[in-house]
Design a protein around this ligand. Structure first.
Ligand code: CP
Length: 312
């Protein structure tokens, strides 16, 4: 495999390679040999949906390793997609200008479509409600760094699980580790989709649907909150019904184990109150920082190393 489009393509050996490299990336300093390993390489970012963390951390990662970034502002509006060009034609064009392409697109399966025609690596930066594999890798890296292990952990996934590509991708990675237990806590209209439940069941991972966030918070090692994604709703009454149902606030933090962490892929709206931010167990900004190191690792492995253990 050559592309990073789906978390399900990773095995434990590949994850270990990425994590080992990400750990090294935490120590890369400007103007050193390590900071120039991607000198001469070009990464293109094609973002058809808004992003702060994924886009900027990919661009920062490339810059911090000495590479160059080629972008278009809001690809849906300002690239020739606005004139009706297909994603496939855009990819066939951009691959002549760049050594890898990072794509965020509103349609599930779009990254796979891009990979099917691309001669350079495609890195999926989120395809609608489908997959967000680089986020899942940084989430798993954060859990490893914060909790110190991946085996036997209990993870409560909260919020918009039907539309949440981060939780879908994370479930796939977690399924590789022994004795992991997952709790799904979601409003009725955005429950976890059946394909993910079947994926976990097929791999012997215990999962439970729960409605009491307090009960889950008391037992979880990781409480992974997600935003109710207004932009994915066709019926705003359903959005209103889902929003605000499960909030992590200071009161809930009293129930959480002292060793547990709260994670969130961000951006947040109001599903974690800001007074939680100062709690040492609030790991979401450390999580966002880890995105830089994991993406530096992926770009190096993908462009400079061609590592045989990583599915690229
Ligand atoms: N977590 C994440 O994907 O954030 P952005 O939408 O800001 O990239």
């Amino acid at each position: 495999l050559k592309h990073v489009v789906d978390s399900g393509d990773f095995n434990r050996a590949a994850v270990d390679v990425v994590f080992k490299e990400a750990l090294k990336m935490e120590k890369v300093k400007p103007n050193t040999k390590e900071s120039k390993v991607l000198s001469g390489y070009i990464m293109s970012t094609l973002f058809y949906e808004p992003s702060t963390r994924t886009r900027l951390s990919f661009e920062s990662a490339m810059s911090r390793l000495g590479g160059t970034v080629l972008s278009t502002e809001s690809a849906g509006e300002y690239s020739s997609a606005a004139k009706g060009e297909t994603l496939e034609d855009t990819v066939r064009t951009v691959e002549a200008y760049a050594d890898c392409i990072v794509i965020r697109h509103f349609q599930e399966g779009s990254a796979k479509r891009a990979a099917a025609v691309a001669s350079v690596p495609i890195l999926n930066a989120g395809d609608g409600p489908g997959q967000h594999p680089t986020q899942a890798l940084l989430d798993l890296y954060t859990i490893q760094r914060e909790i110190g292990r991946l085996e036997g952990i209990k993870v409560g996934m909260v919020g918009d699980l039907a539309n949440g590509r981060t939780v879908r991708s994370l479930c796939m990675l977690l399924s590789m580790y022994n004795d992991v237990q997952v709790y799904f806590v979601a409003p009725e209209v955005v429950k976890m989709r059946d394909d993910v439940k079947a994926y976990l069941t097929a791999r012997g991972i215990k999962w439970t649907e729960a409605s009491d966030l307090h009960e889950v918070a008391a037992d979880a090692d990781v409480l992974y909150q997600t935003r109710i994604q207004r932009e994915r709703f066709l019926d705003m009454n359903e959005y209103a019904a889902a929003r605000g149902k499960y909030i992590i606030d200071k009161d809930l933090m009293r129930i959480l184990k002292p060793t547990a962490v709260v994670m969130h892929p961000l951006p947040r709206v109001d599903e974690i109150t800001t007074d939680v931010d100062s709690d040492p167990r609030a790991a979401y900004f450390r999580q966002a920082r880890n995105g830089l190191y994991v993406r530096m690792a992926l770009l190096k492995l993908c462009l400079a190393d061609g590592h045989p253990d990583i599915p690229l």
